[in-house]
Unconditional design. Structure first.
Lengths: 135, 324, 122
């Protein structure tokens, strides 16, 4: 069984590394072509948020299991400024930093499970999971 | 399928099924396998292990007597492999170690059953028969009926642990076959047709759920690349019910196609349905629609620079109307 | 790792490689902003065939490039978005807005040519 992979994220390059490792891990458990792109894209979004807003943080990638299904779990953690109004941030189109927002509502659409905990002055943790389909 | 290849697949199946250290521990908990049970099993180990071959044989004799197991019993290679594994199983069952290796051993045998088409209920019948024999052996070697009962109950926990894994594997394998068949059927029912150079047609028939919408979209996008399509005529005349969800799937397909440089013309969307969708808040503004399929194809051909002209002397008789 | 930019007539062609970072894309944006002007380019083609992920930043940057090129009189076409990537973009809710897209370089060049003749007629 593979161990969880933790990737420190503080530079642009780390965003690329995180999504490449995410893609590799997802391939390991049998995700197919387009799902791999969805997962890599979601990771790219949350990783970038860390670089842009929190300056540094980490992303932990793990294989998870639930009632016979396998899945990939992505936890993006930072000790950045935090998001004052999470609900607003999760609404499409909202942005402080650019024309397409924090990418969080988009990432949520790409993944199956999505949880976000954020506190101003403390930091933000985004947990996302995607499951392989079992018929 | 040769033994070597199928066995390296065992690991992959285990992975896909989620059979790992953690899940095995949860299975132990599910049958409440306790240290005292292990102690009891250790006590009966000798009595059971020395008759493993005999027990294994009776398992297959039982199957041989069942009409429903005839096909399985005729599969010489499978039966031979299963016999080998069965004897190992019985010894391991009282061996005291019920971790990953033990579980994989069960998985391996279950896959042999599954590949040879042995049905779950048949397996369970034979397994039950086997347990009775084992129980009788335990009764004979115990100091008292009460002790025999307790020892047997301890072993039954392991037996149920085994059944859990074996049945789950057999079901999983069967579902895998069904899934593959379903995919094949789906592919057949969502054909993308190339009707001209750079022009694709996608007739959509039936109901569209999220899963099918995704298959359609992905299929179309790959076809666009392979066929270098510039225009796609997507006909929804045959779609059962175009509600807002279906409409949004269509819009997404159109948007994704556009990203690949292909324009999509939607045909078969009646004015009434379009109006209803707009009233329900669906933004059809960017959608290029033509009422009927023929019109859509003509539009597409024009966009691609094809010109249709009538020849004076058609080859098929009766085409010219009296007025020509 | 900067993005290589080729010139074909009055068209600039930039091919984005696989593991491009945000910084590389920003660099491309700035480089094109300069070159479109200095080369008097009429068209810009950005080839993203090798991109395995097109996220909000990449999309934003492509739109910015198209906008700034437009200001300098050049039209931008993005080519080579792969099927899986197109699907993911749409799921993510990204769109390239008014930026043109084409399947490959040949189509992009045809498109630029068609546009030019249209514009000269206008």
């Amino acid at each position: 069984m593979s161990e969880p992979r933790r990737i420190a994220v503080s530079r642009d390059e780390d965003v690329v590394v995180a999504r490449q490792i995410g893609r590799a891990l997802a391939t390991e458990i049998g995700f197919k072509g387009s799902d791999l792109t969805l997962i890599a894209t979601a990771i790219s979004e949350v990783a970038r948020n860390i670089v842009v807003y929190a300056k540094h943080g980490d992303i932990t990638l793990d294989i998870v299991e639930d009632r016979g299904r396998r899945g990939v779990c992505v936890v993006a953690r930072d000790e950045g400024p935090g998001i004052p109004d999470v609900e607003k941030a999760m609404r499409d189109g909202f942005s402080t930093g650019g024309s397409l927002g924090l990418g969080l509502p988009g990432a949520r659409r790409l993944m199956d499970d999505f949880e976000i905990v954020s506190q101003v002055g403390v930091g933000t943790t985004v947990t996302m999971r995607k499951w392989t389909t079992r018929s | 399928m040769t033994n070597e290849r199928s066995e390296s697949e065992d690991g992959a199946v285990a992975l896909e099924m989620g059979l790992n250290e953690q899940s095995i521990e949860r299975r132990h908990k599910a049958v409440t396998l306790l240290p005292e049970d292990l102690a009891r099993i250790a006590r009966i180990r000798e009595a059971v292990a020395r008759r493993a071959e005999e027990f294994g044989k009776s398992f297959f004799d039982y199957l041989a007597g069942l009409d429903d197991a005839r096909d399985f019993m005729r599969n010489a290679e499978a039966v031979h492999r299963a016999r080998q594994l069965k004897i190992e199983h019985l010894a391991a069952m009282v061996g005291g170690n019920y971790g990953m290796e033990y579980a994989l051993q069960r998985l391996k045998l279950a896959r042999v059953y599954s590949r040879a088409g042995l049905e779950t209920r048949i397996f369970l019948g034979a397994f039950h028969h086997l347990l009775r024999l084992v129980g009788t052996a335990i009764l004979k070697s115990a100091r008292s009926p009460e002790e025999a009962f307790e020892d047997f109950m301890a072993l039954k926990k392991v037996a149920f642990f085994d059944i859990g894994i074996i049945v789950d594997v057999m079901v999983f394998e069967r579902e895998r076959v069904i899934r593959r068949q379903q995919e094949a059927i789906r592919e057949l029912t969502t054909p993308v047709l190339q009707i001209r150079d750079r022009l694709l047609m996608l007739p959509i028939i039936g109901t569209i759920d999220t899963h099918r919408a995704r298959m359609l979209t992905e299929g179309l996008l790959h076809s666009i690349r392979v066929n270098r399509a510039k225009v796609v005529v997507m006909d929804v005349t045959g779609v059962a019910a175009v509600d807002t969800k279906v409409a949004n799937h269509l819009l997404q397909t159109v948007a994704a196609s556009r990203l690949m440089g292909a324009m999509v013309i939607v045909t078969g969307l009646s004015a009434e349905v379009s109006q209803t969708l707009v009233n329900l808040g669906v933004d059809l503004a960017g959608l290029r629609t033509i009422g009927d399929l023929q019109g859509g194809i003509e539009e597409a051909e024009q966009l691609l620079g094809y010109q249709m002209s009538r020849i004076d002397r058609p080859k098929v008789a009766g085409v010219l109307s009296p007025s020509n | 790792m900067s993005v290589p930019i080729l010139r074909q007539g009055d068209v600039l062609i930039a091919s984005i490689q696989v593991a491009q970072t945000d910084e590389d894309l920003r660099g491309l944006r700035d480089q094109l902003a300069t070159e479109v002007g200095s080369q008097r380019a009429k068209g810009v083609i950005i080839d993203v065939t090798a991109l395995d992920v097109m996220d909000s930043f990449a999309t934003r940057t492509l739109r910015a490039i198209a906008y700034s090129s437009r200001l300098r009189g050049a039209h931008t076409v993005v080519v080579g978005i792969q099927p899986d990537v197109a699907f993911a973009m749409v799921q993510l809710g990204l769109d390239l807005g008014a930026v043109s897209t084409a399947l490959d370089l040949d189509d992009a060049i045809d498109e630029l040519r068609a546009r030019r003749s249209e514009e000269s007629r206008a």
